[in-house]
Design a binder for this molecule. Structure first.
Ligand code: MG
Length: 248
């Protein structure tokens, strides 16, 4: 069942979303060659707790950190550690915040210093594909209108959508119904209505769509080791259109 949120609930989710967005902004200024992903994780945890929230990923199904850090060919769910970022890397940071009983979930892929033209284009296309998906979220439309808009934009730009992982509903749980695929024909799935809140999160590979999971049991990476990017917003549907919750 898809839970419809009240205006009060959406306002609380907006508060959680603002915390997540502000933490990502701080992380962006901390990202530079030489910093470790564990240092970024500690900084994120400190900032989330300082804002009165809890890191939603920490302990989630045993995940050992507050953020996911996925570098270059890593798609999602990378575990922070002693790895040091270097010039030219791209790093996807995914983070969730629990505040006053409500979750927010957001992700951005950043470049470290100067990145290749291909990496820059992959980041731009993935970011824009999220915007395309959000724009397709209309009251009276269908869930897969979002999926289709994302896939169409990504493939028109020569990149691949990751099929094995999807976005999701979000609210008093981090993952609620429905699942939000980043591919498929339009006009399918549940009808969209005001009060639905979705975490929309395209994962885009520069090479083939195929992915595998590293033997740490978490890190998803491209099978052909091509670059991958990931952007995510938690988005509420209001009567007159989508409202992004995970921005400042
Ligand atoms: Mg998510």
């Amino acid at each position: 069942m898809i839970k419809i949120k009240s205006a009060r609930e959406i306002a609380l989710m907006r508060d959680a979303g603002k915390v997540a967005a502000s933490v990502l902004q701080e992380l962006e200024s901390a990202i530079q060659p030489g910093i470790t992903t564990a240092e970024l994780d500690k900084l994120a945890e400190k900032l989330i707790r300082r804002a009165g929230g809890e890191p939603a990923f920490l302990g989630y199904q045993g995940f050992p950190a507050s953020i996911c850090t996925s570098i270059n060919s890593e798609v999602v769910h990378g575990i922070p550690g002693l790895h040091r970022l270097k010039e030219g890397d791209i790093i996807s940071i995914d983070l969730g915040v629990l505040l006053k009983g409500y979750y927010s979930d957001t992700a951005v892929t950043f470049g470290v210093g100067k990145i290749s033209p291909l990496a820059g284009r992959l980041i731009d296309v993935t970011r824009q594909s999220l915007e395309e998906g959000i724009s397709a979220m209309r009251s009276g439309g269908y869930l897969s209108d979002i999926s289709h808009a994302i896939q169409k934009y990504v493939e028109a730009n020569g990149f691949s959508i990751v099929y094995s992982y999807t976005g999701h509903g979000i609210g008093t749980s981090m993952h609620e119904e429905p699942s939000v695929p980043n591919f498929g024909p339009p006009g399918r799935g549940p009808k969209l209505q005001p009060g639905m809140v979705l975490a929309i999160e395209p994962m885009v590979n520069a090479g083939s769509a195929e992915v595998e999971v590293r033997d740490d049991g978490w890190t998803v990476l491209t099978k052909d080791r091509s670059l991958s990017a990931h952007f995510e917003h938690s988005v509420a549907l209001a009567k007159d259109g989508p409202v992004i919750l995970t921005i400042l």
